[in-house]
Design a protein around this ligand. Structure first.
Ligand SMILES: Cc1cc2nc3c(=O)[nH]c(=O)nc-3n(C[C@H](O)[C@H](O)[C@H](O)COP(=O)(O)OP(=O)(O)OC[C@H]3O[C@@H](n4cnc5c(N)ncnc54)[C@H](O)[C@@H]3O)c2cc1C
Length: 407
């Protein structure tokens, strides 16, 4: 089968890997607009569930991704002038550049043709750009130009979130996933920091539109805006610089786009990953969902007698599987848009509200949360999580990473 994928993000690359593993006879091309080495963003978080799936599906790429990822343990919530609140959990953060390098290398080894510096024109689904292709996978991200050229094709709705955010890096080495909220003369502004690779952490800043304009972040030259953020977050950064360039591109302030489509399929074309659906970045799930889509689509193609039935199955099952996650993501995004309503609480109560922003919890959970603000109670919980993490790593056959993550 001749397959063309538009976009060389995690969705398209992982789809190409899975499809080629299922049938080495497929002729697959992945067309990426950026030149080699260029991409946006810093680290993305993933969890055991994704690693289990990656190891089960393609051990080679899973091992590479795991080796490039860094473990974080616990979450800290900082409010001005008080001791932090603590939340449980652990996760892994992998630099987007490392993730893409690992996937590209594996795709290349399997015989997938990955072209870079190769933008596909927005109108390509409507001319003969893809003549001769049996399947076109549209995986060009949340701002998909191919999809938006004719929004009626997939029944697309794109809703723009209220809060501006910017995706930065920093030389500060966070050990835990860190939320820090700062009050300025213009209102609240907050960051999400987590370790990503040796010497670099991811640092995402978000605020309300009022704070954004009040601080002049909408009009200041880029470097001056970064300097303002560095001053505001001086405590949590411990004086470490912010990095606003990711492989040559300056980060820009954005607003979250919630993407929905009434169908992901039209003729022999299919939307994949962020082009099909988005979940707010505070869920930390977009990459996992994109790669899960990729596996589902490849499996559907391998198991169905025709492309039409494979795409029909993927469209039904994929959208059904996503419904709850997307609803949860919307609640989470709305919580952050109203966060100043909760910021009069102490860090322990605020951290609890943050952790359970997606829904009601039984009362005992709050008592447990209160108890685990003390280090003596957090230690056994951490040991339990470490045991669980190591057991899962063993079960999926994970080799010890060459560069051991910090524990
Ligand atoms: C601030 C922030 C933090 C995030 N944190 C996390 C996280 O912690 N965990 C997580 O799982 N997810 C996270 N995400 C979400 C994650 O980045 C996306 O969900 C994921 O990248 C989607 O993969 P994709 O392949 O569908 O799209 P993308 O990764 O966007 O890839 C699309 C590719 O298509 C290319 N392209 C676009 N147009 C064309 C064209 N016309 N021709 C050729 N190529 C084209 C682009 O250059 C890009 O390389 C975060 C997102 C943001 C914004």
């Amino acid at each position: 089968m001749r397959i063309v994928c538009v976009g060389g993000g995690p969705a398209a690359l992982y789809f190409a890997i899975c499809a080629k593993r299922d049938d080495a006879g497929h002729d697959i091309t992945v067309r990426e607009q950026d030149p080699p080495g260029a991409t946006y963003g810093w680290g993305v978080v993933c969890h055991d569930r994704l690693l289990d799936m990656l190891y089960y599906t393609d051990r080679e790429s899973a091992q590479e991704i795991r080796q490039r990822s860094t473990l974080w343990q616990e979450q800290e919530v900082h409010l001005p002038g008080s001791r932090p609140g603590y939340l449980p959990g652990y996760g892994f953060s992998v630099p987007r550049t490392g993730l893409l390098d690992a996937l590209r290398t594996r795709a290349d080894a399997l015989g997938v043709r990955v072209t870079q510096d190769d933008p596909v024109p927005a109108g390509a689904l409507h001319d003969n750009t893809f003549a001769g292709a049996d399947l076109v996978v549209v995986a060009d991200g949340a701002r998909s130009r191919l999809r938006d050229h004719d929004p009626s094709r997939y029944g697309t709705t794109v809703t723009t979130g209220r809060n501006p955010y910017i995706w930065l890096g920093t030389r500060k080495q966070f050990a835990a996933f860190t939320f820090a909220f700062e009050h300025t003369t213009a209102g609240w502004i907050w960051c999400y920091g987590y370790p990503t690779s040796d010497g670099v952490s991811t640092f995402i800043v978000e605020c309300t539109p009022e704070t954004f304009t009040g601080l002049g972040l909408d009009v200041l030259p880029h470097a001056d805006g970064i300097a303002v953020l560095q001053r505001i977050f001086a405590d949590v950064l411990g004086g470490a610089p912010l990095l606003s360039n990711s492989r040559g591109r300056a980060a820009r302030w954005q607003r979250f786009l919630e993407v929905r489509n009434t169908t992901w399929v039209a003729d022999n074309t299919v939307l994949l990953g962020d082009a099909a659906h988005t979940t707010h970045f505070t869920m930390g799930q977009g990459t996992s969902l994109a790669m899960t889509d990729a596996l589902m689509l490849a499996s559907a193609i391998a198991e169905h007698p025709t492309i039409g039935s494979a795409l029909g199955w993927f469209d039904d099952r994929g959208r059904e599987a996503l419904a709850n996650t997307q609803a949860g993501a919307r609640t989470g995004a709305a919580w952050f848009e109203r966060v100043d309503h909760y910021l009069d609480r102490d860090p322990m109560e605020f951290a609890y509200a943050l952790a359970h922003r997606h829904g009601d919890q039984p009362p005992w959970r709050f008592q447990l949360h209160r108890a685990t603000q003390l280090a003596a109670f957090r230690r056994p919980r951490r040991a339990l999580h470490t045991g669980r993490r190591q057991w899962r790593a063993l079960r999926r056959g994970e080799a010890v990473p060459a560069r051991r993550p910090r524990v």
